[in-house]
Design a binder for this molecule. Structure first.
Ligand code: GAR
Length: 193
């Protein structure tokens, strides 16, 4: 479990690869008085990630490393995180798999949000798989990251109903709206707030 220390907020990094709507919701949350975290750093493996714009808008330091050489990028990233005294990492649509070495360095300090009701549909194409299986419900999950993909301890989940004419797009939209709510809630939960 992560421990909140004293009055200062927990220095947090958010990793993204794309739109960054969860990043935006986390930044907004971090600015509320009840938030235990402050977002000090945004990282992306993708220089074209739209979400990087939030770094400029909210004056948060950012960095891009392309992960073509994963070992090199992760080592560089680890040294940046150390320099910035980052205590926890929130993965928010970060589409690269972190190595065991990296995860070990932040053991129990990395959270991820995933668009399915884990343990169902680890990995990609979660909406399609839920629809193909004619599931009645799907949803999203915030979980700790461990060495197995999408398998760490679950912090919080939210179910959404799959309706009759549901498409991948409509389901993704519905789930994303819930993601924006449960990521902040999960952070409050892990700090017992
Ligand atoms: C979100 O739906 C998130 O759950 C998913 O990518 C989307 C990112 O949206 N993450 C994964 O699939 C991780 N395996 P965002 O960039 O707008 O936050």
């Amino acid at each position: 479990m992560v421990q909140s220390t004293g009055s200062s907020k927990i220095r947090t990094a958010v990793f993204i690869s794309g739109t960054g709507s969860n990043l935006k919701s986390l930044i907004k949350f971090s600015k509320t008085s009840k938030s235990p975290i402050s977002i000090e750093f945004i990282f992306s493996n993708n220089s074209k990630a739209k979400g990087l714009n939030y770094a400029k808008i909210y004056k948060i330091k950012k960095r891009v490393l392309n992960f073509k050489n994963k070992n090199f990028s992760e080592n560089k990233l680890l040294s940046i995180l150390k320099k910035k005294n980052i205590e926890i990492i929130c993965l928010a649509g970060f589409m690269k798999i972190l190595s065991n070495n990296f995860i070990k360095k932040f053991k129990g300090k990395i959270l991820n949000i995933h668009p399915s009701l884990l343990p169902k549909y680890k990995g990609l194409n979660t909406y399609k798989r839920a629809l193909n299986n004619k599931d009645q419900y799907s949803g999203c999950t915030v979980h700790f990251v461990n060495s197995k993909l999408d398998s760490g301890k679950i912090v919080l989940q939210k179910k959404v109903k799959i309706t009759k004419n549901e498409t991948e797009t409509s389901l993704a939209k519905k789930i994303l709206a819930q993601e924006h709510k449960i990521y902040p809630k999960a952070i409050l939960k892990i700090f017992n707030l």
